[in-house]
Design a protein around this ligand. Sequence first.
Ligand SMILES: *Cc1c(COP(=O)(O)O)cnc(C)c1O
Length: 360
Amino acid sequence: MKFRKLFIPGPTEVREDVLERMAWPMIGHRGADFAEFFRGLTEKLKRFLNAKDYVFVSTSASTGVMEGAILNCVEKRCLNVTCGAFGERWHQITKACGREADILQSEEWGKANRVEEVDKALATGKYDAVTMQVNETSTGIMNDYYAFAEVMKKYPDVMFLVDAVSAMAAVDINVDELGMDVCLAGVQKAFAAPPGIAVFSVSEKAMEKSKRVARKGYYFDFEVFKKYFDKGQTPTTPAISQLYALDYKMDQIFEEGPENRYQRHVQMAEYARAWAKDRFDTFAEEGYQSVTLTTVRNSRAIAVADLVKFLEEKYSLELANGYGKLKEKTFRIGHMGDLTLDEVKDLLSRIDEYLGIKSG
Ligand SMILES: *Cc1c(COP(=O)(O)O)cnc(C)c1O
């Protein structure tokens, strides 16, 4: 196997010391040692997200928790606010869970969602839940989640279900202040931890709703998560090695300082965006460009697959082609997790080399 440095929007590079934590011995997940460890980890996560009610850890991909959020929080009808592939995934999940749903799309891929439209849709009174992405990884759009939160405050009975997969640990998400009922993320993106687990906050309001909802399925029942959480446990055998790594990663995040971490992401994004505008063009709408990835519009009509191959073969660097229908029309530079500005600069200078541009 050939290993490369990852500049893809997840999974992100995991530093060696974090990986080494996964080599710790196994412990029983029903024992006192585990409970002490797990309580420590969830306390760190609660503090990090300012989640006053619950933060759970699921052994699943983030998509599993998206499904869980729908199963526990949608009774009547869900409004799936989408601006790309992951928003469409929420809609597919909602339908697959047998719930009624409507999709509210942004004008097109590359454009952000407009909160006024969300407000208008919610004013009809048809919905008991809304789903959204903080950061739409297929297009590189970062929605104005503060503005969303303001609108949601007008509708306290509507569940606010948030996919923060490629945003959490890169931007400040204060779930309590923002009134998010479920906010979820896989740790393989901006946390820069090994994949396999997802973290999610659940508000007391969402927990109350979960008690009333029928057909919740089995694996993601929030009430069961709470029952075990109160004992310092998870409902089923967790990915213990990944938990060790995440716990260690949380200590590093606090050491770096969350604000410094967010600032580092802004710096990498600003640099990548300026580079993209100079060499190509950016794809995502101005004012809504992601801090965790830059989607470059392929205005030079290069063969993106060839560029990707060049970087892999010559420098062991991995870049992402466009997502789905945006393949070859765009490419994506992931700059999240533990990457540094210097590492991003290095990648971009290699792309310049491929383009025959002298970097300055
Ligand atoms: C990566 C990603 C997902 C899917 O995450 P999995 O852990 O693979 O399920 C969902 N939403 C967004 C915004 C993502 O970036």
